[in-house]
Design a protein around this ligand. Structure first.
Ligand code: ADP
Ligand code: MG
Length: 339
């Protein structure tokens, strides 16, 4: 016999959190996206124990007005879209209004924030979806999130996490991708007190590639810059000599968003086919700019996948851009001069 009931909000949030927050790196991704959406020019990420015990993200963005803080932690609350129609043109990284409610459902969260125009800041704390306090405090402009003890109230999920060193590695990878996706934002990552990454935010993709991948990779890249009516392609691609046995060096960003896409990977790999051995994958750091109307970013809660309208043309434009960049080149590897 049926005994159907609507779940309470805390239970709904915990279930929903499972789709957005899988591991500490998911927390970092969502907080970094929010920092970038807030117009920050510098963001610092600090983690302890691979982010399991602490993730702290500090930005110098627009801040959250004290009166709106509790609202920001409700599910489906966002300042970035107003209606389904806005999904067609969304250019911010976030828009689903799920991250803060999801993080707060499975962690202990403290938020300190101050918009530039506010006289004082606010400190808010929430644990397992339960609001603890909201106080006025002195604070610098911008926002700091402290997220402690991921999955403290869902031990079954905590068990699925890997060792802190592995989780920390995922965070470091993510920070690098986010840095490459936004060269104009300075990103600092500190893990267990030691500096792991610092990018200047000077806007140069080439500098970032040098910083993250080192001189030998950076010296063996070709610049790509191609405009077609559908899409702009810019960035750097590796000479075949620096190809790898997996896709770890295949980076591409669409409208500043780090994503995975079979269509994009296929266009890249097909363009490389004449120059590459089987089971080798190229080095790429490509920024694709596509009209938001041609994309559906609302495919999955983690926003790592998207759907394209006019798939064939997008494939062709990218394939062509890379083929042009590769053709006629003599792939003489640059040997580093050493130290
Ligand atoms: P979304 O990013 O999809 O809008 P979130 O749950 O991630 O949803 O955040 C909810 C809202 O909280 C955002 O729309 C934004 O207005 C505000 N917010 C979150 N993080 C920040 C931040 N670092 N700086 C300024 N505002 C923020
Ligand atoms: Mg967000």
């Amino acid at each position: 016999m049926a005994n159907i009931t609507v779940l309470d909000q805390d239970t709904i949030n915990q279930i929903a959190a499972g789709e957005v927050i899988e591991r500490p790196a998911s927390v970092v991704k969502e907080l970094l996206e929010n920092a970038i959406d807030a117009g920050s020019t510098a963001v610092t990420i600090e983690t302890k124990e691979g982010g399991l015990s602490l993730v702290r993200v500090t930005d110098n963005g627009c801040g959250i007005p004290a009166g709106e803080i509790p609202l920001a932690f409700l599910r489906h609350s966002t300042s970035k879209i107003r209606s389904a129609a806005d999904l067609m043109t969304v250019s911010s990284l976030g828009f689903r209004g799920e991250a803060l409610s999801s993080i707060a459902a499975v962690c202990q969260v403290e938020l300190i924030t101050k918009p530039q125009e506010a006289l004082t800041g606010a400190c808010y704390s929430i644990e397992g979806g339960q609001e603890k306090s909201l106080k006025e405090v002195g604070a610098p402009d911008g926002t700091t999130f402290l997220v402690r003890n991921l999955f403290y109230n869902t031990p079954a999920r905590r068990k699925f996490l890997k060792a802190p060193a592995t989780e920390g590695g995922y965070i470091a990878d993510l920070a690098e991708k986010m840095a490459l996706s936004h060269p104009e934002v300075s990103i600092r990552l500190i893990q267990n007190g030691s500096n792991k990454l610092f990018t200047t935010g000077n806007g140069s993709l080439k500098d970032l590639i040098y910083m993250i991948y080192g001189r030998d990779i950076s010296a063996n890249t070709l610049e790509v810059q191609a405009d077609s009516p559908l899409m702009q392609v810019s960035g750097y691609i590796g000479k075949p000599v620096i190809a790898r046995g997996n896709r770890a060096y295949e980076n591409y960003f669409i409208n500043g968003r780090y994503i995975r896409s079979r269509l994009i990977s296929k266009a890249i790999e097909d363009a490389y086919k004449p120059f590459m051995m089987l089971h080798k994958y190229p080095f790429t750091v490509l920024h694709l700019t596509i009209e938001p109307e041609l994309l559906d970013v609302n495919v999955h809660p983690t926003k790592m996948e998207l759907r394209f309208k006019q798939e064939d043309q997008i494939y062709k434009a990218l394939y062509q851009a890379l083929s042009d960049a590769l053709s006629g080149k003599e792939f003489i590897p640059e040997v580093s001069a050493g130290k």
